[in-house]
Design a protein around this ligand. Sequence first.
Ligand code: ATP
Ligand code: MG
Length: 171
Amino acid sequence: VRELRVPANGLVLLVGVSGSGKSTFAATHFAPSQVVSSDAYRAIVSGDANDQSATADAFELLHHVVDVRLRRGLLTVVDATNVQSSARASLVKVAKANHVLVDAIVLDVPESVAVERNRARTDREHGAHVVARQRGDLRRSLRSIRKEGVRRVHVLTPEDVAGAVVVPERP
Ligand code: ATP
Ligand code: MG
């Protein structure tokens, strides 16, 4: 069993390409109210969780909800790809403004596995080129994320995921 310690009143960033298993991991390890997902806010502002034109408005709401939850001392998990440093930076900023810690859980899945999983999905329409671009972003992220104000970076391979348990702890 691999224990993933995360801040009980802080922020957890899930990081991984589409199909890496972020939403599945979130549903397995966290309560629904603890998980703030970009899909959910895209759906709220556009009626369609896949509407990429809704991304900016969705993230405006997502950041606001993260801000309020952290101010209220609630463990908050961001279920979005978070493969770009700019996306992580804005979330780290919200955490810092609330004086709470940020940990990341990276789902490091081979590109072929993610593409294969996405092929079988009915809730996603984007193709292999999207995963390829995200995989490039993730590769760069794995080099830089430890210098971005994230405290712990838990990197899980597909083999690690089954044996992982999340342990929220008070600083
Ligand atoms: P997106 O960024 O597109 O929202 P995601 O990272 O949230 O993707 P999921 O929706 O959790 O990915 O998973 C994608 C598909 O892979 C789903 O069909 C899910 O059932 C499957 N899957 C998730 N985790 C695993 C796993 N550990 N083993 C096998 N299949 C998995
Ligand atoms: Mg998802």
